[in-house]
Design a protein around this ligand. Structure first.
Ligand code: FE
Length: 164
């Protein structure tokens, strides 16, 4: 391997291979009451992230749109978007087109749902009139993780392992 190749190789961050559902409950970052996310990858080069979303309550979670593509895979439970008549259930793959507005809802008879999401760009939260009421991007997610891991004893540095 020549010096140039070695330099290029050093610039490539290592792979990530982790148990997606962690043994340590502290790895789940509280998002809202009975809602958590588990970070898997923070892509600060392209702006996006991969995580598991875990919800242990029913009802409307959020109305939102994404500027970029989102894909998901349901690991446990089920959920739907009010704007569509399909239900995402255990084993379902979901593609969300950029720009679509949808309202994530968990049915009453689902005690827990866990879904893997690969989110490009951002979550833009909207009210009923379509006005922006908040957003999340890779930087706000990293900040949430750092704050949670610092307060739960895993230390803020715990979030660094997911950044690429
Ligand atoms: Fe979405």
């Amino acid at each position: 391997m020549n010096a140039l190749t070695q330099a290029a190789m050093r610039a490539i961050a290592p792979e990530i291979a982790v148990a997606a559902i962690p043994d340590d409950e502290r790895v789940w970052v509280p998002q809202a009451p009975d809602v958590w996310f588990r970070p898997l990858l923070f892509n600060i080069a392209s702006g996006g992230w991969c995580n598991l979303l875990r919800v242990r309550r029913s009802g409307v979670l959020s109305r939102h749109r994404h500027p970029m593509v989102v894909v998901g895979y349901v690991i446990k439970g089920r959920w739907r978007y009010l704007e569509h008549d399909w239900i995402a259930e255990e084993g379902s793959f979901v593609y969300e087109p950029p720009g679509e507005i949808h309202t994530l809802t968990v049915p009453d008879d689902c005690a827990e749902m866990i879904t893997f999401f690969n989110i490009g760009g951002a979550m833009i939260y909207l009210d009923e009139q379509g006005r922006q009421i908040g957003y999340e991007d890779v930087w706000t997610k990293i900040e949430m993780c750092r704050n949670h891991y610092a307060s739960c004893g895993l230390t803020a540095d715990f979030a660094e392992q997911f950044i690429r």
